[in-house]
Design a binder for this molecule. Sequence first.
Ligand code: ADP
Ligand code: MG
Length: 292
Amino acid sequence: ATPMSVMVGVGKAAEAGVLIRNGQALQTASKITAMILDKTGTITEGTPKVTEVIPFEDMDEAEVMKLAATLEQGSEHPLAQAIVESARERDIKPGYVDDFNAIAGHGVEGRVEGRSLLFGNEKLMRDREIALDEHLEQAQKMAAQARTPMYLAADGRLLALIAVADPIKEDSVAAIRRLQKDGIRVVMLTGDNRDTAKAVAEQVGIDEFFAEVLPEDKSGKVAELQQQGEIVGMTGDGINDAPALALADVGFAIGTGTDVAIESADVTLMRGSLHGLADAIAVSRATLKNIR
Ligand code: ADP
Ligand code: MG
C-alpha cells in the first residue's frame, strides 16, 4: 500500500476506536489467518466476583473470607481483587501475612497467625500434596458453569472452596462470530483450568482452546500456530500476555488493560470490545484492495 492509503486506513480505524501503531500492522492485519484470544479481561469483563464460599472444616464463611483476603491483599491478580472486594463488602478486614509469595499461574501462599496458608487452583494443591477428595467433584461442577474454583488450605489440610464468576462481555459472542465468518481460526488461551475454559469457550462459540497455560508459556502457543503456517493475531490485556503480543504477527491490546500489554501490542482496542478486531481487519483489507 502507498504511504497515503496507509495513513487513510489508520485514520479510518481510529474513528472506530482502533489505534494502529504502525503501517506494517495495518498491512499485516488483512493477512491474519488465526486469532488467539486471551480469556480473562479479553473475552470476559475481567472483573470476577465471588459467587460461592464453601467451608469444609469447622469454620464459617466470614473466617474463610478473612484468611483468603489476608493472603490476597498482596496480589494484583484479578482473582485476588475479587476476594479482597468480597471481604470488604462483608466488612471483613484482612489480617497480617508473613512470607507472602505469589506463585504465577497457581495462586498465593503465606503465614497467617502461625499457620501456613495456601490459596489457589487444583494444580497448586496437587503440587503441595493437599488431598482434594470428594471436593474435587464440587469444584468441577462450578467450573462446568464457567466459574473458577479456588482452594484454601492450611498446614496441609483443605479448609474451603471459593468460586468466582467473570461475566463474558456482552458483545464478545457477536465479535467472535464476525472473525469466524471472515474465515479466521479463533483460538482461546488461558491460564485457567480446563473445565472453566471449556465452558467459556462453548458459551462464546469457540471450539479450540489452550487451557492451564503458564504465563511464561503463552508466547509458545503463538509460536506453535506460526509453525503450522498461520499468520497469527494475538489479543490480550494482561502483563502475562505481553510476550505473546510481541511475538504475534499482529498484537492487539485491550485499551482498558495493562500498560505493558498496550506497549507490547501493535494495535490498541480503545473501546475494549472485540468488534475492533474485525473492524481492523476490514480496514486493512480495504486499504490493500485500493492500491491493487
Ligand atoms: P489467567 O490470567 O488466564 O487467569 P494466570 O496464569 O494469571 O492466568 O492464572 C492461572 C490460574 O492460576 C488462575 O485461573 C487461578 O486458578 C490461579 N491463580 C493465579 N493467581 C492467583 C491468585 N492470586 N489467587 C488465586 N488463584 C490464582
Ligand atoms: Mg487477561
